[in-house]
Design a binder for this molecule. Structure first.
Ligand code: F6P
Length: 536
């Protein structure tokens, strides 16, 4: 009988066993495309350029089966406390489920509260957009400053940039970093009388967010006096703390401890976007997410897009010991997708012990990096093609042009297809030598140049294609990755929903801040002590 341990052993053995180059597998496996291209919630996900044979793919599927991904998925949906170190459910699916759903967190029905919050968001968004909710001087709001960091920033920022109108009626600015330049830039040129400030913090204790909120509240008060507190909106799972900060009670939007920060864009954390884009657009984002939820929940493992994406990652990460992954959206509007994924993947799965506190048996999350294509081609693609490490790539492409010149969109598409092809097929040294010979180079020159112009190829990639960059497609893309991360966490035996690794730096920063502000010197290692002394 296959056990999780033996399934892992089989996967690792399969990955390192001698095999044909990826490009060669298509001739041997005539049904390769049929098996390794799946459609889900309007996305086409092509995993045929991954380094697995179809036999390896079956081995990976067996791993998912025996590690009981299906059972874990049931427990997630049932609202069991899958985040066991914090004894919480992780029910972000409830936030995007259609009205009438019956999600329960730890046995308690949450769907009605979710719907009530969505209705309140819609009403508020529409009131701001129509001018019915105006500023303290009666002027309608023309700008929103969204203050938050991590999960309270990356999702809203991504969504705004991906979907924002060319000439928005209401402009969104973001302030995440505590660097005072960030708030200065966010506020530059804005009229306080026309600016709504949305402070987003699940805990309402995050140092950077509170510091920035103080700065922006002072900016409002300096211009408009105490009445400007009506320009403050808060989104938090600690609504009482937000009210204590001075946010009017009817402008505090709640969410719940069963919503992880990096899974929270579907909650009132998306309020700024719902106002800026219009609630109907936000709803379409939720609908796209819900469609991917449905796919993940009900599709057998072998056709299940998040499961297959996770298995491809694990095949590279654990089978082939590849600690990096590049994510390249060929869409300027998706430029921030890699940074969104950095939190989603690395905060969720950058863990070294399992749910019981034991060292993990397998390497966990790869480091994610990336930028929009084609920009990345002129920056770090050299390394993807010819560096000493093989770095798997996930390409994201959009079939139809949005705004702008359609010819340029075709150029964009040609590039993304070509890059995936070039990584896989490479270019042999023999081919390069032939070309250089034809150009009349001497044998000595060719000996030097040919290896430099050779592309090893056999470098894997996934290719995610959406028809158009719609709110639904973006919602589906994000949820595809949320569930991919969940499946990986199940296979690695880790908790994808906590983040203890962020705590130590936070508490040390609090102590060092006191020292920098004139408090007594603490006990530090010599390097830290010297830095504190230098900056005091
Ligand atoms: O420090 C990490 C973190 O806790 C993230 O998980 C979270 O998204 C971010 O900080 C912001 O937290 P909050 O929404 O509570 O301000």
């Amino acid at each position: 009988m296959t056990t999780p341990d033996s399934a892992w052993t089989n996967l690792k053995k399969a990955a390192v066993a001698a095999r044909d180059p990826i490009a060669g597998l298509f001739a041997i496996e005539t049904d390769r495309l049929e098996k390794l291209v799946v459609e889900a919630a309007g996305l086409r996900i092509d995993l045929s350029k991954q380094p697995w044979s179809l036999g390896d793919f079956d081995t990976a599927l067996t791993l998912a089966k025996v590690c009981d991904v299906e059972g874990a998925r049931n427990r997630l949906w049932a609202g069991e406390p899958v985040n066991i170190s914090e004894n919480r459910a992780a029910l972000h699916m409830a936030l995007r489920a259609p009205d009438g759903a019956d999600f329960k967190a730890d046995g308690v029905l949450v769907s009605r509260e979710v719907e009530a919050t969505r209705n309140a968001m819609r009403a508020f968004a529409e009131a701001v957009r129509s001018g019915a909710k105006a500023g303290a001087t009666g002027k309608p709001f023309k700008a929103i400053v969204h203050i938050g960091i991590g999960g309270s920033d990356l999702g809203p920022r991504l969504i705004w940039e991906a979907l924002r109108p060319l000439n928005p009626e209401i402009e969104l600015r973001f302030a995440a970093n505590v660097d005072p330049s960030e708030t200065a830039l966010a506020l530059a040129g804005l009229d306080p009388a026309e600016t709504l400030v949305v402070v987003v913090s699940k805990t309402f204790t995050t140092q950077e967010t509170l510091a920035n909120a103080e700065v922006v509240r002072a900016w409002l008060r300096a211009a408009l006096g105490p009445a400007s507190d009506s320009h403050l909106v808060a989104v938090s799972a600690a609504p009482a703390v937000a009210q204590a900060f001075g946010v009017p009670a009817d402008q505090v939007f709640g969410f719940w401890d069963w919503v992880g920060g990096r899974y929270s864009i579907w909650s009132a954390v998306g309020l700024s976007c719902a106002i800026g884009l219009g609630y109907d657009v936000f709803q379409r984002l939720l609908d796209g997410g819900a469609e991917m939820d449905h796919h993940f929940r009900h599709t057998p493992l072998l056709l299940n897009a998040p499961v297959l994406l996770a298995l491809a990652h694990i095949f590279n990460r654990d089978g082939l010991d590849r600690p990096l992954r590049a994510v390249i959206p060929y869409a300027a509007r998706l430029r921030l997708f890699p940074s969104f994924l950095q939190q989603l993947e690395m905060e969720s799965n950058g863990k070294r012990v399992d749910q019981q506190g034991r060292p993990v048996a397998h390497a966990t999350a790869a480091s994610v990096f990336g930028d929009a294509g084609t920009n990345g081609q002129h920056a770090f693609f050299q390394m993807l093609h010819q560096g000493t490490d093989v770095i798997p790539v996930d390409f994201v492409a959009v079939a139809k042009a949005g705004e702008g010149e359609p010819v340029n969109h075709t150029i964009l598409l040609a590039n993304v297809i070509a890059q995936a092809q070039a990584l896989m097929t490479g270019r042999s040294e023999a081919d390069v030598r032939e070309e250089l010979t034809a150009k009349g180079l001497t044998p000595a020159e060719i000996d030097i140049l040919a290896p430099q112009r050779t592309f090893p190829g056999d470098r894997p990639s996934s290719f995610i294609l959406m028809d158009a960059l719609t709110p639904e497609a973006l919602g589906a893309l994000i949820v595809l990755h949320e569930h991919k991360v969940f499946v990986e966490g199940v296979l690695w035996g880790i908790n994808s929903f906590d983040q203890w690794g962020v705590e130590l730096g936070k508490s040390l920063a609090t102590r060092i801040l006191a020292e920098l502000q004139g408090g007594a010197s603490g006990v530090h290692d010599p390097s830290t002590a010297a830095l504190v002394a230098r900056l005091k």
